[in-house]
Design a protein around this ligand. Structure first.
Ligand SMILES: C[S@@+](CC[C@H](N)C(=O)[O-])C[C@H]1O[C@@H](n2cnc3c(N)ncnc32)[C@H](O)[C@@H]1O
Length: 325
């Protein structure tokens, strides 16, 4: 990792700590360790245990200092949170008291040019969050026009997806698309006109990244696993950064929870209860200090005493608003 790349600024820290409400002897999972900002704050708040997971092998060197200080209460795991349950079973843990997910890419990933996440730097097309084989280079150079259009439309919510896909295929007739700038220029030429706030490549890059890293299925799997891993009263806290993710979290909570008021009065078969139905967003102060927080959407729910059932019914992905090609 390049030392000049600034560390990630953790978002909505106060809100996360207030909801998670760390207590001694409890165990929490931070599914998205990143630069360790949230994990550090949680470990500093109480004598609790945190299991920090990340699929990106480069984050672990950033957390060496944290591990030096809290190694007796911190377990680090390299892996995908979609496999949350296996990861904790492998270290002998079956239940935890909170699951926290801070979705999306970290500043380190975005701001390290050679990782190819950003159209702001000219770099090879990559965008892998981990060390898997396929990159965005493979997708844009090998996929059929029809599939490219679908990916860009469904995962990037880009209305001009067909035109972009067509131009990608045209370009490929002469040479391979090797860099972020090459792809960004194809997108800019496809969209045309002058852009104001949002760069024309934003949606397409986002769509390719989400598809490549299978981000929506990962989220879905983690939500489903949370039902069987959380103790009664356990907190599920998710911060998402775009509407595709937020829709899944929102529907997951909507279909699987009742209000706290009702939960106190009646027995339920639903696995979660909520205190607040509406989304929580960062304060104006935080957005001014850290503009990258502006699209953060936080939602949370608490585990009830109901029996876990969701893992037997794994076809809810589309019902919750998930998309696949
Ligand atoms: C927004 S950053 C987290 C920042 C962290 N909360 C902090 O305070 O530094 C998101 C992190 O989640 C990781 N990540 C994204 N999807 C993942 C997945 N499916 N499994 C494991 N880690 C994932 C990324 O590699 C990235 O490091």
């Amino acid at each position: 990792m390049d030392n000049n790349v600034p560390a990630h600024k953790s978002v909505m820290m106060n809100e996360v700590l207030e909801i998670l409400n760390p207590k001694s002897n409890e165990t929490y999972i931070d599914c998205t360790l990143g630069a360790g900002g949230h994990t550090r704050a949680i470990l500093e708040s109480a004598k609790c245990h945190v299991i920090g997971i990340d699929r990106d092998p480069t984050v672990f060197s950033l957390n060496e200092d944290l591990y030096k200080h809290y190694g007796d209460r911190l377990t680090l795991i390299k892996g995908r949170f979609g496999e949350l349950k296996n990861h904790i079973f492998n270290i002998g843990i079956k239940k935890v008291d909170a699951i926290f997910i801070d979705l999306g890419v970290s500043s380190m990933q975005l701001d390290t040019p050679e990782r190819g996440f950003s159209f702001r730097f000219d770099a090879p097309l990559d965008m892998r969050m981990d060390d898997s084989k396929t990159t965005v280079f493979d997708i844009v150079n090998k996929y059929k026009e029809e599939d490219l259009a679908k990916i860009i439309y469904l995962f990037g919510e880009e209305r001009k997806s067909r035109r972009i896909a067509k131009n990608i295929i045209e370009y490929r007739k002469n040479k391979k698309i090797e860099t972020t700038f090459e792809l960004s220029n194809i997108i800019k030429n496809s969209i045309g006109g002058k852009y104001k706030k949002i760069h024309p490549s934003t949606k397409t890059f986002q769509g390719l990244r989400i598809y490549l890293n299978d981000e929506l299925k990962e989220l879905y799997q983690a939500l489903i696993s949370s039902e069987s891993i959380l103790n009664e009263g356990g907190r599920l806290i998710v911060i998402s950064f775009h509407s595709l993710e937020d829709r899944i979290v929102k529907n997951f909570i909507k279909y699987n929870s009742i209000s706290e008021k009702k939960y106190k009065l009646e027995k339920t078969e639903l696995p979660f209860y909520y205190k607040k139905k509406r989304v929580t967003k960062p304060s104006e102060i935080e957005i001014n200090e850290n503009p990258r927080s502006r699209s953060a959407h936080l939602r949370y729910a608490y585990r009830t005493s109901a029996k876990a059932v969701l893992e037997n019914n794994l076809h809810n992905f589309i019902r919750y608003g998930g998309v696949s090609v």
